[in-house]
Design a protein around this ligand. Structure first.
Ligand code: GLN
Length: 472
């Protein structure tokens, strides 16, 4: 059996029982990256030598029976996670030669848990995009169908986990960027509660909606990684102080009796029939497990994307100001079209005379969206709905029209506007074998509940056993 086909849980057990070493595990993943990355383009940087030397250290610790949560495990970081001594580009030529002097807090925690960084993954530059087509380092191909997008902006992490190039991938979800590639690549992706994982050292996109987490092959794997990265950080003024539970221990609980809300706004006209049917089938599985399905309405859903668009672009225009080409990075003229578009939209909606019409109005809209969710959670425990309105699409199908691309975020942006957690899990395939995801949303800090529901569903359906057939 190939070591790359293992999931995190099995890899940890194998390492502990000395079935193989961390050096072997890393070598086999690096081998697979070298074989397929030329085509798939999931990685911007591969850290072969550093990873192997860390693997040797991990093997020494394993021999001494050390039990760190991710000891000896390969992890691929989205390239907007700042890494000490390793180039961090955010997939923009502006940062083409940027080598940070410090690690993001989440990176510090992953390393302390024994994780090994095997590379930095591709993304839409600065996180601006839903498909992976806005990277200055080329498109990432969907391992399930090379003519289609992976979903973005964490395109490389989605592809890398799906293609067995890594056991764990990381991401940022500002309007859907972890859940979207997870859904298009048949992997598990969490957008945690805003503030659950520190933003310190993560290259900012829209600071009030940026959520930091991971993509993995299974729900257990995801829970294990969140137990490592979550928690208060004095370096991030918005980091939550809530205690971090041991998420993987909480997976086993019962889900019968839970009320699952099905928002009608997510199953309407604009949703592809195959996607809607697949989600209904997934809900039937949960109903058979004893959950109660409840029809609900989130009446302001239609405002969620416009609200997100204005707030996000406003914050983007402010965050990208710091790249002035003086202290670090290249000149501003290196920004790509998408970043320029957002800077223009953001400065416009913040400018005097327009701020009331756009920015302030959007903040009011945000309150309405938050209230929709709060009202819903009085009646139900979890919301279930599609991640995307449609199936993985072909390159250039939407990229030619920015508005068409923006509208692909209609189902993911609401949880970013409200700050609530949302977990995307594989829910099956279209007749032509394209992955489809379902997302479970819940109130703030309900990650344990979302994991529990998703875990039971995953145990019943085991979609993660299906793998794409790669070719060079
Ligand atoms: N697709 C969304 C956008 O283009 C979200 C991006 C993200 O979550 N980083 O804004």
């Amino acid at each position: 059996m190939e070591l790359t086909s293992l999931r995190l849980k099995e890899a940890l057990e194998g390492l502990e029982n000395k079935k193989f070493s961390s050096v072997e595990l890393i070598k086999s993943h690096i081998g697979r990256i070298k074989k397929f990355n030329k085509k798939i383009n999931a990685f911007i940087t591969i850290c072969e030598e550093e990873a192997l030397s860390q693997a040797r250290e991990a093997d020494t610790l394993i021999a001494k029976k050390a039990k760190n949560a991710l000891l000896g495990i390969p992890v691929a970081l989205k390239d907007n996670w700042v890494t000490k001594g390793i180039r961090s580009t955010a997939a923009s030529k502006v940062l083409d030669n940027y080598i940070p002097q410090y690690d993001a807090t989440a990176v510090v925690r992953l390393k302390a848990a024994g994780a090994i960084i095997i590379g930095k993954t591709n993304l839409d530059a600065w996180g601006h995009g839903s498909s992976g087509e806005h990277s200055d380092y080329g498109n990432t191909l969907n391992p399930w169908d090379y003519s289609r997008v992976t979903g973005g902006s964490s395109s490389g992490s989605g592809a890398a986990v799906s293609a067995d190039m890594t056991l764990v991938g990381t991401g940022t979800d500002t309007g859907g960027s972890i859940r979207q590639p997870a859904a298009f690549c048949n992997v598990v992706g969490l957008k945690p509660t805003y503030g659950r994982v520190s933003r310190y050292g993560i290259i900012a996109m829209a600071s009030s909606t940026d959520s930091i987490a991971h993509l993995t092959k299974t729900v257990w794997d995801n829970a294990r990684v969140l137990s490592v990265t979550a928690g208060f950080d004095p370096m991030d003024g918005t980091a939550g102080k809530n205690e971090v539970p041991n998420y993987e221990d909480l997976l086993q609980g019962k889900i019968s009796g839970l009320k699952i809300g099905i928002p009608k706004e997510y199953f309407g006209k604009g949703t592809d029939e195959i996607v809607a049917d697949t989600c209904h089938k997934a809900l039937k599985v949960l109903e058979d497990l004893g959950c109660k399905l409840v029809d609900i309405s989130l009446p302001h859903t239609k405002y969620a994307y416009p609200v997100y668009a204005v707030i996000q672009a406003s914050e983007v225009s402010s965050n990208l100001l710091r790249y002035d080409g003086v202290r670090y990075g290249n000149e501003r003229k290196m920004f790509g079209d998408e970043a320029k578009r957002r800077i223009m939209m953001g400065t416009h909606s913040l400018s005097s005379g327009y701020a009331d019409k756009y920015y302030h109005q959007s903040l009011k809209g945000r309150t309405l969206i938050i209230r929709d969710f709060m009202e819903a959670y009085k009646k139900i425990d979890v919301i279930a709905c599609p991640v995307w309105p449609f199936l993985p699409f072909k390159f250039d199908e939407r990229a030619i029209d920015p508005l068409k691309m923006y509208l692909s975020d209609v189902f993911t942006a609401p949880a970013n506007v409200s700050g609530n957690p949302s977990l995307s899990v594989p829910a099956g395939f279209s007749p032509d074998k394209l992955p489809i995801g379902i997302q479970f949303m819940g109130p703030n800090y309900s990650e344990d509940l979302l994991y529990k529901v998703a875990y039971r569903y995953e145990q019943e359906t085991k979609w993660y056993l299906k793998k794409p057939k790669l070719y060079e």
